[in-house]
Design a protein around this ligand. Sequence first.
Ligand code: IMP
Ligand code: MG
Length: 178
Amino acid sequence: MSDISGKFKVLITQEEVQKRIRELAAEISRDYRGKSIHMICILKGGVYFMTLLSSYISEDIPVSLDFMSVSSYGSEMKSSGIVRIVKDLDEPLAGKDVLIVEDIIDSGRTLHYLLGILKNREPASLKLCTLLDKPDRRERDVRVDYTGFVIEDRFVLGCGMDYRQYYRNLPYIGVVEP
Ligand code: IMP
Ligand code: MG
């Protein structure tokens, strides 16, 4: 059953999300002046955020995109505790200024594991950008360089985030009523 319409409400509006993503893009554009950015989208949740974020990066900064898919969650609202690479990157990272783009950091397990793997591929630099952060649930230390919004421990959807694979397309962040 994937229909939970009527059981969630707007937490962060479309306008607020877009404004914050533009602010992050401006900050990232300042930090990467004179460099290129190799953005890595963590599928599927990161697609919405990376698309908007990359479109707002200053045009004089060359941006390349790559995609990686990992699974850390089942179809339910809690962690399975297992992280597995489902699709690896197409391009090597050596010498590149890499920016990982993620939808949400929750326990931190996924990113803790991924950062370890990607560091070994010897990028020139490796930074992390997340649209949302739920620090209350952290189990693993993860250094986040750019955060859109810090939220309480609530299950959210929209802007790339799903409930049983649905609702990723919503242009606002919704929260499921307890
Ligand atoms: P972590 O390994 O616990 O940090 O889990 C991160 C991943 O879990 C995210 O990339 C999301 O795909 C998923 N996730 C965590 N919290 C939520 C949520 O509130 N809504 C939807 N997906 C979530
Ligand atoms: Mg994700």
